[in-house]
Design a protein around this ligand. Structure first.
Ligand code: PGA
Length: 236
């Protein structure tokens, strides 16, 4: 069970340090699960520093496929490794929708990150229009087919209509999508659920047999609510 907090474009280094000090203080409560935070690039170093010596992992929100080069605004896997970062999210729907990322970009980012020794949380999920048109499985098949499953790959099922909207997939909907995603890959891959996860609905979602954790956005920004979700996970 992995609970990862995707902070998006929130928390500079000072707020990150404060959050991580408090999270570290509570680490003993998170026995038996994995916990990760994904701060913005400029806050990664301080998160790694504060959480050093704990089992709480620090991951980036994106990663480029080349090691270096003329790619203004991008950050590479070796650069993240040098900082002591453990993994990266790739293919978040905000990257796909707002920054034009394609399945091909996502595949390249995931491949390079895995090759460099980072863990990867690869996000997939259908939009509301796609779900209504009965295309959910086609979209998931297309997005998952570009990923090469291996030990350090985690998939996050994040229905786009549930992100930041307060609408969550029902536990049954999540279970169905997770089982479908797992049926698409040859080797077992953990699948996290993401989309309006909060302390109040975490236990029910996490109790589904194919829900292996959560990727939490809004509710991961407050240490109290993030810790409450982590606690639910220890009981699932
Ligand atoms: P949310 O975001 O929990 O705020 O819906 C989830 C995500 O975008 O990863």
């Amino acid at each position: 069970m992995l609970i990862a907090g995707n902070w998006k474009m929130y928390k500079g280094p000072a707020e990150t340090a404060e959050f991580c000090v408090e999270l570290k203080r509570r680490e003993a409560d998170f026995e038996g699960i994995e916990v990760a935070v994904c701060p913005p690039f400029t806050s990664l170093a301080v998160a790694v520093q504060v959480l050093a010596g704990t089992d709480i992992a620090v991951a980036a929100q994106n990663v480029h496929w080349e090691d270096e080069g003329a790619f203004t605004g991008e950050v590479s896997a070796p650069m993240l490794r040098e900082l002591g970062v453990y993994g990266a999210i790739v293919g978040h729907s905000e990257r796909r929708q707002l920054f034009g990322e394609t399945d091909e970009h996502v595949a390249k980012r995931a491949r390079a990150a895995l090759d460099a020794g980072l863990s990867v949380i690869a996000c997939v999920g259908e939009t509301e229009a796609e779900r209504e048109a009965g295309e959910t499985e086609d979209v998931l098949r297309r997005q998952v087919s570009v990923l090469e499953a291996e030990d350090n790959l985690v998939v996050a099922y994040e229905p786009v209509w549930a992100i930041g909207t307060g609408k969550t997939a029902t536990p049954d909907m999540a279970q169905e999508a997770h089982a479908f995603i797992k049926s698409l890959v040859d080797v077992p891959v953990p699948v996290l659920y993401g989309g309006s996860v909060k302390a109040e609905n975490a236990a029910e979602l996490l109790s589904q047999p194919d829900v292996d954790g959560a990727l939490v956005g809004g509710a991961s920004l407050d240490v109290e609510s993030f810790a409450a979700i982590c606690l639910s996970a220890t009981r699932s």
